[in-house]
Design a binder for this molecule. Structure first.
Ligand code: BGC
Length: 756
């Protein structure tokens, strides 16, 4: 339809019909409504209202979406198709490594390819919109949703966010391509700054932090063509973002020019009553509409109150019209008025879901995102030498639950477990495979309320029973320790259960579940050659694991091809390509911890004993256990001859800056081909406030042959030197900038560039 036709359609609709375009309800009600002759949802909406609803979430599968759409089209008075939305966070059926793992890949092209593959499966399943990427900056590993973010760095988040949007949509054009889906950036804004890491609590951050650190990635996402933005549950400066006119209207709409659909998070409109900001749902509906929220996800405040608000003159009908038009435009740009079934088809599903190409990509992504934290000794244990007699121990050897709590459509029965992959390798090499369980994954208590009613799993009716409630099983541990004593090497596959992270899964303790730590300690008594493979949804306190293991490989929640990917890494068929995109804390007492923190007037000297009255702890170090950007490979790299083409550059009168070349010589000093990530950090002069001690401004992932030596350059221009001030405008300060290139955020020497 052209815009005239869309407007004509809008004007032919009654107020009620318009209001219901702005109402989103969960798929199961809708599905029940359809299959059970349209009455099962009557406690939520009347049958008539159900036929008018504009969008639904959580239903997927070509057959289901087609049948719902078919019935909907015949019932809707104007034949307006439904929008199907869903959380496709790291894949639909093929689960790729979780977003924080993909953050560690430092690879925009990998992120784009994974998003594209996820979009293809989704589009074939009848989905139109994915609620991804989540571009919330995360600095606090207690928050369960860190798994869904690309990490703690605004620049990296922005880069990977744009790549993800491009992958989901198939480019940055006006409309998502056929076979791709529309992308929804979330959760605007600062949801990741939940105080004390407790989900849904407020973001108590300064304006400066908001502008400099939290907003840039969402802004990049908008610039990259995100079709929708989702507002968050949390407050910023005490105001729920879903009712925050300044943030939504002035910043997102006016300043950033976002013209797409704005959707609230689940019941975020309704929750403004619990925040005490609105007296009732009616006021909440009014505030959200006044802010310009187009779609009300699941609170029904719009469904119940918008019509009356208009007839009572509290909301202008044009406000409703503007929101409806945006929704109709989204439907139109997805081509739904021409073909309401769009790309959905069982044949396409068969072709794309879990296709060989998607599985191969998922497997590649495991090695690109795994971080080798430790590989000690003159002869490191990894990669495993082919003739080593290894015993596989731990709850993650057999587990197929290798996807995050947010892979709501992934099915564990599709997953390759470590055991399967290791057995394949052993069979191919004509060797025996030896495995002992060792201990249960965790105790039921570790999951807290998640083991009871599980919000995160609301879309899955067929959840396997959670966990055995047993605590530490001593006989199991004893059996494992004795098997360890007979082996050359122990491969301990340990970690957090996938439900220990994700939405509503904040933790106050970041250590491994108790039974697993007990197991590791016992293994250490009988064999010191331990390789720990850690599965987790968040950075953990890995002090004990590192002390008890010679090698530690962090594989996150690696997804459907987790087992094969892990075996590729352990056997050396692939190189651990990940570098931490979130600092690994020394202990929970350090969080929030992030490398780009503001400076202090009393910094801790690097190499002296700490006197008192300096910014430090008396019982733990300031530095994390492993810093941002850190990760080892199976070869080693050295950096030398860092240089800058000039030490002085001038800002032109038109505000531009001629880019300056910064170079470093890189050498692969090991004996095998390997990868690394070169990271360029900048320390800018003050604009009157304390600047972050350093900020990532560029990176390059490199792959070098053994002995290969080359110069690598970066161009540093306005974007790299600018920062956002409290007014949200970018600016470059005059003064001295320090620049360093390193293999992680603990860089050595700094170059100087003065901007005049
Ligand atoms: C989450 C969102 C998600 C939505 C729909 C909410 O609880 O915060 O991230 O997209 O549910 O499932």
């Amino acid at each position: 339809m052209n815009s005239q036709q869309l407007r004509a359609l809008l004007h032919s609709m009654s107020l009620k019909e318009k209001v219901f375009q702005l109402v989103q309800i969960p798929g199961q009600y809708f599905r029940a409504g359809v299959t059970d002759t349209g009455t099962a949802a009557e406690d939520v909406l009347s049958e008539e209202e159900l036929t008018l609803v504009g969008s639904t979430l959580g239903v997927f599968g070509a057959e289901s979406t087609e049948s719902i759409q078919r019935i909907h089209m015949t019932r809707h008075p104007h034949g307006i198709p439904l929008l199907f939305m869903h959380d496709v966070i790291h894949g639909l059926r093929t689960a790729f490594p979780m977003p924080l793992a993909l953050g560690a890949s430092f690879s925009p092209s990998l992120v784009e390819r994974c998003s594209a593959a996820a979009a293809e499966e989704s589009a074939a399943s009848g989905l139109h919109v994915t609620f991804a990427p989540m571009l919330d900056l995360v600095r606090d590993a207690r928050w369960g949703r860190v798994m869904e973010s690309f990490g703690e760095d605004p620049f990296l988040n922005g880069k990977l966010g744009c790549a993800s949007i491009k992958g989901f949509r198939g480019g940055n054009g006006d409309a998502p391509l056929p076979g791709r889906v529309a992308s929804c950036v979330k959760h605007f804004a600062a949801y990741g700054a939940a105080e004390a890491g407790r989900d849904y609590s407020g973001a108590n951050i300064s304006r400066r932090q908001l502008q400099e650190a939290y907003l840039p990635a969402y802004r990049k996402g908008v610039e990259a063509g995100a079709d929708l933005v989702m507002t968050s549950f949390n407050t910023v400066e005490g105001i729920p973002v879903t009712g925050n006119k300044e943030m939504i209207k002035s910043t997102l709409r006016d300043k950033w020019g976002f013209h797409g659909v704005l959707i609230s998070d689940w019941n975020a409109i309704g929750e403004m009553v619990a925040h005490g900001v609105c007296a009732d749902q009616r006021q909440a509906a009014k505030l959200a509409m006044d802010c310009g929220i187009d779609i009300d996800m699941c609170s029904l405040a719009y469904a119940r109150h918008l019509e009356a608000l208009v007839s009572d003159g509290e909301i202008r009908e044009e406000q409703v019209d503007a929101a409806v038009l945006r929704v109709l435009e989204l439907k139109n740009c997805l081509g739904l008025f021409n073909d309401p079934f769009r790309y959905a088809s069982p044949e396409r599903e068969n072709r794309s879901i879990l296709s060989e190409t998607h599985r191969a990509l998922a497997r590649e992504a495991v090695s690109e995102s795994a971080v080798l934290l430790k590989n000690a000794g003159e002869k490191p244990l990894l990669p495993l030498s082919p003739d080593v007699n290894a015993v596989w121990i731990g709850p993650f050897v057999e587990s197929r639950e290798l996807h995050s709590a947010w892979a709501v459509s992934a099915d564990p029965s599709d997953t390759v477990s470590v055991r399967e992959a290791a057995e394949d390798v052993a069979r191919a090499e004509g060797r025996l495979f030896s495995y002992v369980e060792g201990c249960p994954m965790t105790c039921r208590e570790d999951l807290g309320p998640l083991s009871e009613e599980n919000n995160v799993l609301r879309f899955r009716e067929d959840n396997p029973p959670l966990l055995s409630p047993e605590a530490v099983e001593e006989p199991l541990i004893r059996e494992a320790a004795s098997a360890a004593g007979r082996a050359d090497v122990v491969i301990a596959c340990l970690g957090e259960h996938r439900l220990m992270s994700g939405e509503g899964a904040s933790r106050g303790d970041l250590s491994l579940p108790a039974p697993q730590l007990a197991l590791l300690r016992e293994l250490y008594r009988t064999n010191r050659n331990i390789v720990s493979v850690i599965f987790t949804g968040r950075p953990l306190d890995l002090r004990d694991v590192c002390a008890l293991s010679r090698s530690v490989l962090l594989v996150w929640m690696p997804g459907t091809e987790g087992g094969s990917g892990v075996l590729d890494l352990l056997t050396g068929h692939a190189e651990p390509g990940g570098r931490l995109s979130m600092s690994m804390p020394y202990s929970v007492g350090q969080v929030p911890i992030y490398y780009n923190h503001p400076s202090t007037g009393r910094p801790k000297p690097a190499d002296t004993k700490v006197p008192r009255y300096i910014s430090s702890y008396i019982d733990i170090p300031n530095s994390p256990l492993f810093p941002f950007g850190y990760g080892l490979g199976y070869t080693s790299f050295t950096l030398s001859e860092q240089s800058i083409e000039t030490n002085e550059a001038s800002l032109q009168t038109d505000g531009t800056l001629k880019p300056v070349r910064v170079s470093v010589t890189v050498k692969n000093t090991g004996s095998r081909r390997g990868k690394s990530v070169l990271q360029l950090y900048v320390r800018r002069p003050s604009d009157g406030a304390a600047a972050p001690v350093m900020e990532l401004k560029a990176f390059q992932k490199i792959a070098f042959d053994p002995g290969e030596k080359r110069e690598i350059s970066f161009l540093i221009g306005y974007d790299e030197l600018s920062h956002f001030g409290t007014d949200g405008n970018p600016s470059v300060e005059k003064g001295e900038y320090r620049i360093a290139i390193g293999l992680d955020s603990e860089v050595g020497s700094w170059l100087s560039l003065t901007i005049t």
